[in-house]
Design a protein around this ligand. Structure first.
Ligand code: PGA
Length: 241
């Protein structure tokens, strides 16, 4: 696991965007795994700038998002579909037909989860996966538990995640309690992974991860220690706490 510590969020976002840019330049039809949340917003902003000012070309790129709430419509302002369109896709030259986000309203969720993993495989697998990390050490919506799902699954969100995500909703009880998420196995199949974390709130999870001494389902991000190509990019606050 390679660890890069940047002075602040702006630097972290630029370093992450540069890695994405390099990968797209090496392989214009990159299969890119994307994350939502506050963490990657700066990286998306920088990628939009690179597209507008430097001609970074997304026309052949395919994206797969990690997760989505269950029971929220695609056009709901708190859906991850809405977030991705609003924050990123609408500002670059990606073909909307090449952007995939789990459908939290699928009629047959179990079948749908299998199809999502199969679609990733059929497209050749994820080349580069972007991850954030939860305050509780989750990656995507793989929450600390006795076991972790290997494949894309429907999961219950923990109190800690519901609490953390309530900042985007009018009240705590409006936050969905279940989500659809790529599993740990789906994520680990990515050829290259970048995990981003900024701010004091992430320091505890990052401290545990950077000990690099044990795997535990109580810190889902620790599974990344088994992956051969992970870069953790953090700011000083997430490093020092
Ligand atoms: P955040 O969420 O980027 O909004 O902090 C990250 C996560 O929960 O994985």
């Amino acid at each position: 696991m390679k660890v890069i510590i940047e002075k602040d969020y702006e630097r972290l976002s630029k370093v992450a965007a540069n890695i994405v840019k390099d990968e797209i330049e090496k392989k214009p039809n990159l299969i890119l795994g994307l994350a939502t949340g506050s963490t990657p917003e700066g990286m998306y902003k920088e990628l939009i700038r690179m597209h507008k000012e430097e001609g970074l070309d997304f026309s052949q790129v395919t994206t797969f998002n990690l997760d989505e709430y269950v029971g929220i419509d695609k056009d709901h302002p708190n859906s991850y579909h809405y977030f991705m369109k609003n924050i990123f896709f609408d500002h670059i030259n990606i073909d909307p037909n090449n952007t995939f986000i789990p459908d939290g309203t699928a009629e047959n969720p179990e079948e749908y989860c299998k199809e999502y993993d199969k679609l990733i495989e059929d497209k050749g697998g994820i080349d580069l996966q972007i991850l954030g990390i939860g305050e509780n050490g989750h990656i995507a919506f793989n929450e600390p538990d006795e076991y972790l799902n290997l494949n894309t699954s429907i999961v219950k969100l923990t109190e800690s995640t519901i609490q953390a995500n309530s900042r985007f909703f009018d009240s705590l009880d409006q936050v969905p309690k279940t989500a659809i998420t790529m599993g740990i196995g789906s994520i680990m199949k990515a050829k290259k992974i970048i995990l981003l974390a900024n701010g004091k709130k992430k320091a505890k999870a990052i401290r545990e991860l950077l000990k690099q001494d044990k795997l535990t389902t109580q810190l889902p991000a620790s599974m990344l220690l088994l992956h051969p190509d992970v870069t953790v990019i953090i700011d000083e606050e997430a490093y020092e706490g």
